[in-house]
Write a protein that binds this ligand. Sequence first.
Ligand code: ZN
Length: 193
Amino acid sequence: MKIIHYPHPTLRYKSKPVTRVNQELKEIVREMFQLMYQARGIGLAANQVDLPLQLFVLNISGNPEEGEERVFINPVISAPKGQAEAEEGCLSLPEVEGTVLRPEKIHVSAFDLSGTEIDETVDGLLARAIQHEFDHLNGVLFIDRISESVKRNIDGQLYEFENHFNALVKSGEIPSVDANNKRLAEIEAKFCS
Ligand code: ZN
């Protein structure tokens, strides 16, 4: 398992609800936390490790020794309130940063890994991180939510990611979109049916 980068097609895939939490899924979650900490992130969505599942992990301290490790399965966001602007980055777009305007406060419901219901109103960094990861599950990236002027500043970086990706497709290191969809469907059959 590894973190995939923009513009990999799985990052644009709409993830499916998880219906089966088994030992294999628990191991996937464990590995997602490890990859997130290694990359110095505070959140990681399943799409980012090439899995089409409605699931993300968070530890807003970014430190395995601190904070709280949270797992959100089949999350739903509601009741957005207020607005807040802050700089965001993404493990699928290393070194790219941009200011994103988001609701300041949200309600989130989901399940954790033990099947316990999550039902919380959150704000601040936690609310921002949950919205960023939730977006991933719908195939949305933070660069879709930045202003045109900020976008112009990072266009060169995005172009480099696209060039690199095209070279990987050409060399066969990244499968074709059809082959990728077939693989995602197999994973869905395992965890979402
Ligand atoms: Zn991200």
